[in-house]
Design a protein around this ligand. Sequence first.
Ligand code: RTP
Ligand code: MG
Length: 141
Amino acid sequence: MALERTISIIKPDAVAKNVIGQIYARFEQAGLKVVAAKMKQLSRQEAEGFYAVHRERPFFNALVEFMASGPVMIQVLEGDNAVARYRELMGATNPKDAAPGTIRADFADSIDANAVHGSDSQENAATEIAYFFPQTDVYGR
Ligand code: RTP
Ligand code: MG
């Protein structure tokens, strides 16, 4: 199994609901280790830069607006197959489709306010980690 890193963002809706700890517990139960973390209020510009791959999508403006609407909690997770493992923990993008027991099934309200972000590939994970954390602030193996 490959040791990987991925980015997790606890979105403004879940931070406002005060469920950061409950979401961290799921990382721990799944064997994913937090190797970097910070709380941050994103500017619109920072949210646009982070989601640049979605620039042409119809939901881009709503997504950026939402991500800049309140503080988020950003962490790097490390573990075997971390990218896929964390996406399993998150559940489907739309909480209505998310499997029972996933983070989105339990904490998300809508496809826009859907509690968490996770990188979708190792390549994007590396880009997203570098977007928020200098190498010296990541404490993994
Ligand atoms: P994320 O990037 O946030 O981890 O979510 P994801 O991979 O499951 O979904 P993605 O396709 O990358 O979309 C990014 C975020 O945009 C919002 N979205 N809205 N209204 C819509 O049809 C729609 N589609 C996507 C969601 O908040 C999604 O998490
Ligand atoms: Mg995505």
